[in-house]
Design a protein around this ligand. Structure first.
Ligand code: CMP
Length: 140
């Protein structure tokens, strides 16, 4: 399987509970390498751009408000089949449906406050990474 990069966000509910290290431990144990990482306060404009695909969904306003409610940690993860692997490691969007041992099963609070985001495909991974990182910030 090819070496891929995927984009990850450790969301406000997790940074507020000091879970960055605990989540990173799960990521690294799964064999994914954190090749870029920074803690930022997302602006409303950044969050609206990032989640533009969900603009017409009823939860869009709530989602943007949540994403700017506290700092987030944005990351690039690298590894074999990293996009699908990270989605497995995160677990289902709704933590009540997530498999045992996944980040969302262990740490997420609700479908909205679900601790982490991960890209869903190679094209979106490239777009999401480019929104937050320049090439020289990613060191594999
Ligand atoms: P994420 O993987 O970041 O992509 C879109 C996000 O929208 C998703 O995780 C959830 O946090 C959020 N989301 C999806 N469905 C709902 C919902 N029904 N109510 C609130 N937030 C939602």
């Amino acid at each position: 399987m090819a070496i891929e990069r995927t984009f990850s966000i450790i969301k406000p509910d997790a940074t507020a509970r000091n879970l960055t290290g605990a989540i990173n431990a799960i990521i690294e144990k799964a064999g994914l390498r954190i090749v870029a990482q920074k803690r930022i306060q997302m602006t409303r404009a950044q969050a609206e751009t990032f989640y533009a695909v969900h603009k017409s969904r009823p939860f869009f306003g709530e989602l943007v408000d949540f994403m700017i409610s506290a700092p987030v940690v944005v990351q690039v993860l690298q590894g074999e089949g990293a996009i699908a692997k990270y989605r497995d490691v995160m677990g289902a969007t709704d933590p009540s449906k997530a498999a045992d041992g996944t980040i969302r099963k262990v740490h997420a609070k609700s479908i909205g406050e679900n601790s982490v985001h991960g890209s869903d495909a190679a094209e979106t991974a490239a777009i999401e990474i480019a929104q937050f990182f320049s090439g020289n910030e990613i060191v594999g």
